[in-house]
Design a binder for this molecule. Structure first.
Ligand SMILES: NC(=O)c1ccc[n+]([C@@H]2O[C@H](COP(=O)([O-])OP(=O)(O)OC[C@H]3O[C@@H](n4cnc5c(N)ncnc54)[C@H](O)[C@@H]3O)[C@@H](O)[C@H]2O)c1
Length: 246
């Protein structure tokens, strides 16, 4: 269903991004694998190639706009213009209360998540416009829907991803570029602590946390032709966690 598409997935050297890269490759896409961690990116690229698809690796900090622009141009020259952008790269850091979030921690959160996503979208836009369409999927968090007891800087950055989604959906609709927001609940990756995973499984209506593959299925749906008439929307594969919160 993603046959012949070129997908660029930020932060795909592990976790949810890796699961998305592998599923997209299974469905026929070539993948630009990106991560700040070179080993993780290489491992994901090997998994993409094992599906018989092409992979191009970018090792760069998502917050480094100049470097990312150059790398995205190089990736497009190798694999072709990008049809699908998944803004997945993110950090959670420690579970900090409001008074312990210092300026540097706050700025780093927004630089990696919001600034990174913003300028990745800007960089892929000319190619999408030239090809007559595209798909952008921004990754948020269910905390942006329910609020969080700690790490409000993370929650704020993830809420910004929803704002970008709605703004870009309107701005880019004339170019047939769909923009949607993927809102995972707690997922079995290295990001959440074991305590959070256990607590979430206890409150989510479906009684467990997600696998990365389950998040990837929702992402692949938004990236594929079945979602051609969906834009500006939020989709939360969270076992119902996004309607109750922690
Ligand atoms: N796991 C969860 O429970 C959960 C819940 C809601 C939302 N999310 C969101 O899903 C996305 C993926 O999370 P995950 O659980 O797979 O996390 P993860 O930590 O397993 O993987 C994130 C990947 O992003 C990379 N990365 C981090 N900072 C980067 C940077 N500055 N530049 C480039 N790469 C960078 C990491 O090296 C890592 O490979 C994130 O945006 C996260 O906020 C995760």
């Amino acid at each position: 269903m993603l046959d012949g598409k070129v997908a660029f997935i930020t932060g795909s050297g592990a976790g949810i991004g890796r699961a998305e890269a592998v599923l997209f490759a299974e469905r026929g896409a070539d993948v630009v694998v990106h991560d700040v961690n070179a080993d993780g990116a290489d491992e994901t690229a090997a998994l993409v190639r094992a599906q018989g698809r092409r992979a191009h690796v970018i090792v760069a900090d998502n917050a480094d706009v100049k470097r990312m622009r150059a790398e995205i141009a190089a990736a497009s020259a190798t694999l072709g213009p990008i049809d699908i952008l998944v803004n997945n790269a993110g950090i959670s850091g420690r579970y900090l209360p409001l008074e312990e979030i210092d300026e540097a921690t706050y700025e780093r959160m927004f630089a990696v998540t919001v600034k990174g996503a913003f300028f990745c979208a800007q960089a892929v836009l000319p190619g999408m416009k030239a090809r007559g369409g595209g798909k952008i999927i921004n990754t948020s968090s269910d905390l942006a829907m329910t609020g969080s007891r700690v790490m409000s800087h993370y929650t704020a950055s993830k809420t910004a991803m929803m704002g970008l989604t709605r703004a870009w959906a309107k701005e880019l609709a004339p170019f047939r570029i769909n923009v949607n927001c993927l809102v995972p609940g707690v997922t079995d990756t290295d990001m959440p602590s074991e305590e959070v995973k256990t607590r979430y499984a206890g409150v989510a209506p479906l009684g467990r946390i997600a696998t990365p593959r389950e998040i990837a299925y929702a992402c692949a749906f938004l990236a594929g032709p079945e979602a051609d008439f969906i834009t500006g929307q939020v989709l939360s594969p969270s076992g119902g966690g996004a309607i109750v919160g922690m």
